[in-house]
Write a protein that binds this ligand. Structure first.
Ligand code: KG4
Ligand code: ZN
Length: 336
């Protein structure tokens, strides 16, 4: 069984082919970062237009790299939401047309489901059930995962997503877009303890998050204390430590409350090394296991869509022909 996966929900065009027997046969990614950088963030209309130009050639190149032809494909999986509606439509239209032409099913995939399944692409993979910490540019949530499509959201951000907080902090510090890797690089030169940022919503029960206050705290600190590069690095580190600590506190609480012993961390922010180190330590102290996707599959990619498509196709999931892409779509509403 061979599944083509197509990701176009935001600013990356991702294509991959996953085979039941051979694993990931090929994967390609075209990032629009350079185009959006000069605008300080993603411009939706530019994103859609670029997907239109890049997607078909990327599919051709990926199929060639896998050493197969399209006739060997069993299904085409595509990101159907959540995401930028125009960008989603590009992937959905091409995926559906290709599938129709080949006489095979097109499988709509929930972007966050694909993120949380991405660690299963690895040889040392988690098995159900597990707790998932999903930390991306658009979402931050803790999810109880019982099986494919069986998701219960235990907590989520009431305002900004973690990645968004990294991006906004980067902007305040005059760093480029996307902000996460830039803040992480700068924080590596910071002195710990000079600034201490709040750990939002950790002093009350529950598993929800809030990151917009951190941004204000950061803005005030920048205004009052930022004089040179060293100050900038100290602020970046204080911000990152606050985010990491908040996740450690909430993951510890969620693992205790659910009794689960497996933690999966996925989404763009899961590439952060400080976060990984802190969660590794947490898992050790609780005798739990923690799994991450490999770095290239933390941020958006086609491989996770192909893999989610494989699991759904194997499970016999059929989507109605009238299925529409959805800019907003809860993980709890997908089912199997
Ligand atoms: O999952 P993703 O590629 O896209 C969404 O589905 O949103 O996540 C992108 C987000 C961006 O906000 C980016 O700044 C953040 O992930 N990110 C990071 C790191 N690498 C990417 N945040 C912190 N540290 C990183 N190393
Ligand atoms: Zn994503």
């Amino acid at each position: 069984m061979k599944i083509l996966g197509i990701e176009t929900s935001c600013d990356e065009t991702g294509v991959a082919i996953y085979s039941e027997t051979g694993g990931l046969l090929a994967h390609r990614l075209y990032s629009q970062t350079a185009m959006h950088e000069r605008h300080g963030g993603v411009v939706p209309e530019l994103a859609s237009r670029d997907h239109v130009q890049k997607l078909a050639p990327l599919i051709r190149a990926t199929v060639r790299e896998a050493g197969i032809t399209c006739a060997a494909l069993d299904a085409v999986a595509f990101t159907a939401g959540p995401g930028l509606i125009g960008a989603l439509l590009v992937g959905a239209t091409l995926a559906r047309s290709l599938a129709w032409g080949l006489g095979i099913p097109a499988i709509p995939i929930h972007h966050m489901e694909a993120h949380l399944l991405a660690p299963m692409l690895e040889v040392d993979r988690p098995s159900f059930p597990f707790l998932a910490l999903l930390v991306s540019g658009g979402h931050t949530m803790l999810v109880r995962v019982e099986g494919l499509g069986d998701y219960q959201i235990l907590g989520e951000s009431l305002d900004d997503a973690a990645g968004e907080a990294f991006d906004k902090t980067a902007k305040l510090l005059g760093l480029g877009y996307p902000g996460g890797p830039a803040v992480e690089r700068l924080a590596a030169q910071g002195k710990t303890g000079r600034f201490v940022f709040p750990r939002p919503m950790t002093d009350r029960p529950g598993l929800d998050f809030s990151f917009s206050g951190l941004k204000t705290f950061c803005a005030n600190t920048v205004r009052q204390h930022q004089r040179d590069e060293a100050d900038k690095a100290d602020i970046a580190l204080a911000f990152m430590e606050a985010v990491v600590d908040t996740f450690v506190i909430k993951c510890r609480r969620a693992l205790r409350e659910t009794g689960l012993k497996t933690l999966v961390v996925a989404g763009g922010v899961s590439a952060n090394k400080a976060l990984r180190q802190a969660l590794d330590e947490l898992a050790r102290s609780l005798r739990a296991q923690v799994y991450y996707p490999q770095a290239q599959f933390c941020t958006d990619n086609g491989a996770m869509i192909a893999y989610a498509g494989y699991l759904r196709h194997r499970a016999g999931v059929q989507a109605p022909l009238g299925f529409k892409v959805q800019a907003r779509w809860s993980l709890e509403d997908i089912g199997v």
